[in-house]
Design a protein around this ligand. Structure first.
Ligand SMILES: Cc1cc2nc3c(=O)[nH]c(=O)nc-3n(C[C@H](O)[C@H](O)[C@H](O)COP(=O)(O)O)c2cc1C
Length: 202
């Protein structure tokens, strides 16, 4: 299976650290090919709602760095989207990428069908909006025929929730409880993706 991990932070900080750790853990489970993408330094335009994509079915009219992300988003069996918590929800950078996915869906409404998705949110505060951020990502999955998963009850209810204390990688690494929510989420993401892919072959 191909697992795509995206850090929705504009810098090399806690979120990128967490995604790298999560992907390394996924790879250690065996037979998982991983790809890491950071939104740091990327030119990401807002969706303009020009409807070029709907009218022409030729993708997005904007030729910025999001166009380079499209093939990875399409190819992966599973997505692990991670965001820093900004004002209690996902970062604008990640939201803009998700909005721009409309261009792919306009061409093929089933483009993301049955991909499995999990979410991680990294906040500076212990309870800073990690769960609303995760739910916002899950809404994208639901709206686009994807299958959202979490790590499950007693610890990882909605996904990976990390407390960085605004200390970048060092802060995230010190949050042992938070990192456990991430590993549990990844385990479930891999499990469900494998089940689905096996079912497709049945
Ligand atoms: C614009 C902005 C808004 C933020 N809003 C929140 C917030 O609502 N809740 C929170 O816990 N942390 C908030 N933070 C702190 C970041 O979520 C936190 O430092 C996070 O770990 C940054 O991730 P990074 O190191 O990967 O960039 C905010 C930071 C910025 C820059």
């Amino acid at each position: 299976m191909r697992l795509l991990g995206i850090s929705g932070s504009p810098r090399e900080g806690a979120t990128a650290y967490v995604v790298r750790e999560a992907l390394a853990f996924a790879a250690s489970l065996g037979a998982v090919e991983t790809e890491f993408i950071s939104l740091k330094g990327k030119q990401i335009g807002f969706c303009l709602h020009c409807d070029y994509c709907v009218r022409t079915k030729k993708g997005c009219v904007q030729k910025d760095d999001v166009v380079e992300l499209y093939p990875s988003l399409e190819a992966a069996d599973a997505w692990l989207l991670a965001t820093p918590v900004y004002q209690g929800t996902m970062s604008g950078q990640l939201k803009a990428v998700l909005d721009r996915c409309r261009a792919l869906v306009a061409r093929n409404p089933d483009v993301f069908r049955n991909k499995v998705g999990a979410a991680i949110a990294v906040g500076g505060d212990r309870v800073g909006g990690q769960e609303p951020a995760i739910m916002a990502i899950h809404a994208f999955y639901l709206a686009n025929k994807m299958i959202p998963v979490s790590g499950g009850p007693f610890g990882s209810n909605l996904g990976g929730t990390v407390w960085s204390r605004d200390k970048k990688a060092e802060g995230a690494a010190a949050d042992e409880v938070g990192m456990k929510t991430v590993y549990r989420t990844v385990e479930r993401l891999v499990e469900v993706t494998r089940l689905l892919r096996a079912g497709e072959g049945a």
